[in-house]
Write a protein that binds this ligand. Structure first.
Ligand SMILES: NC(=O)c1ccc[n+]([C@@H]2O[C@H](COP(=O)([O-])OP(=O)(O)OC[C@H]3O[C@@H](n4cnc5c(N)ncnc54)[C@H](O)[C@@H]3O)[C@@H](O)[C@H]2O)c1
Length: 422
């Protein structure tokens, strides 16, 4: 089968750690032939690993995309506010595109991107990885088989994990909504997407509540310095003590979080980065403003109601779901790979144990890349997480944020109309 070629736009944690790593592990599927990345260390590391000649290494996506098309597809892995422009330029040049989520924090850009695949007759796939997970794929199958009868209601929880929240949403890249996107879009557009997919009906109404309650100045213990390494007296008792997390927590390396702190991951380089960089700041002395807990209520056209909770204060980074139907109920724990079914009339219980890896969104990252390669090889028109279907979940997340801020229920039809009229 044909090896597809790709240009990598943004060689950060997702671009370098997940997608380029996929190409490295699966050379029969994909080869990275060019990279655009302003960070010299990251750019050089990718160039070396993938044998990319110097003339195919760029500091900026605009330089790369001003050249003649040089590959089958473009992997757009820049930050949230920097997807729209490279995606548009890449499609204009004739690349198929894989774009990180969220598509954009801007509603009009999201709607425009939803129409782009058709306009340019190219694949524009959004990295809604959960659609490729064995966990949610199996749940979708069970629902389609009618295992719980007619769906009535869903309770869904996204447990962010106290350590993940501190890393990404207090100290890290997504701590400020004005610089990237609101938490409910950034973290939960995946959940909105999967809920929409499972319910299989348009969403009509959205209401939401949430706050940043804990990670702020007023909760700093007395005498806690600005940085953990400035002699913090709480170092032995604080769950957020940065060196404790980056050197000891199993997820710090397994999920590649340590590479956000420093490209070089020897102890000395990491300590240096914690002394001066954002990841060494006390969690109570950062400039974060995104919420640390939020609930969302949704009502769909087919009368299914959904309640979703996102919360930072959990041990694990995990998702759990409970789906209630007329003939039975289904509950599932994605991290554990367990789905339980109960039937009301027979009283039967069934437990399904899936074998899922503990990293890469329980194996979904790899599954998604396999499908993307297949779609590009086949010039496919059917894409499981195409931009046109991803628009809706993004708009639900933005509507939830509007509801949280205004304290009002949002009518989605009206919300969509307002965007179109802008
Ligand atoms: N699909 C998922 O489950 C998932 C998970 C985490 C993050 N994300 C999303 O992936 C995206 C990237 O996240 P990340 O953690 O890799 O961030 P990152 O900051 O590590 O990577 C972004 C990279 O883009 C580079 N960049 C900046 N300007 C550029 C330019 N002009 N041209 C080319 N490159 C440029 C940066 O230097 C950086 O290396 C974000 O939108 C994020 O929300 C998705």
């Amino acid at each position: 089968m044909k090896q597809i070629t790709a240009v990598l736009i943004g060689a950060g944690l997702r671009g370098g750690w997940v997608y380029a790593a996929y190409a490295e592990a699966h050379p029969e599927d994909m080869k990275i032939v060019a990279v655009a990345e302003p960070d010299e260390e990251r750019r050089n590391a990718i160039a070396k690993l993938h044998d990319i000649p110097a003339e195919r290494c760029y500091r900026d996506y605009a330089e790369l995309l001003s050249e003649e098309k040089m590959a089958d597809c473009a992997l757009v892995c820049t930050q949230d506010t920097m997807h729209f422009e490279p995606v548009t330029k890449a499609l204009e040049k004739g690349y198929h595109v894989l774009c990180e989520k969220p598509m954009s924090p801007d509603a009009s850009e999201i709607v425009t991107m939803g129409k782009m695949a058709e306009k340019y007759n190219r694949i524009l796939m959004i990295c809604h990885v959960l659609r490729y997970s064995s966990f949610f794929s199996r749940i979708k199958e069970l629902l389609s088989e009618g295992k719980i009868g007619k769906m009535i209601s869903i309770q869904h929880i996204e447990e962010v994990g106290y350590w993940h929240h501190a890393h990404s949403f207090v100290r890290g890249n997504w701590r400020r909504a004005d610089e990237t996107s609101p938490m409910i879009l950034q973290k939960c557009c995946h959940d909105m997407d999967i809920l929409l997919w499972l319910v299989g009906s348009p969403c009509q109404k959205v209401s939401s509540f949430g706050n940043l309650t804990y990670f702020k100045e007023e909760n700093a213990p007395e005498g806690a310095p600005e940085r953990c390494l400035d002699g913090c007296p709480y170092r032995d008792e604080c769950a957020f003590y940065a060196p404790g997390f980056y050197f000891e927590h199993p997820k710090a390396e397994a999920d590649g979080l340590i590479y956000a702190v420093s490209t070089e991951t020897d102890r000395e380089s990491v300590i240096q980065a914690l002394k001066t960089g954002p990841y060494g700041r006390c969690v109570f002395h950062c400039d974060n403003d995104v919420v640390d807990h939020q609930v969302v209520n949704l009502e769909f056209e087919n009368q299914v109601t959904v309640n979703m909770t996102m919360c930072a204060f959990t041990e694990n980074c995990a998702r759990r779901i409970h789906i209630m139907g007329t003939d039975g109920e289904l509950s599932g724990d994605m991290e554990k790979g367990i789905i339980e079914l109960r039937n009301f009339s027979t009283g039967e219980k069934e437990t399904i144990q899936l074998h899922t890896p503990s990293t890469g969104h329980s194996g979904s990252d790899t599954n998604m890349m396999k499908d993307f390669v297949k779609y590009v090889r086949e010039d496919s028109e059917e894409v499981r997480s195409g931009a046109s279907v991803s628009v809706e979940s993004h708009l639900i997340a933005l509507a939830a944020e509007q509801s949280r801020v205004t304290g009002r229920t949002v009518d989605l039809e009206q919300f969509r109309q307002d965007i179109e009229e802008k």
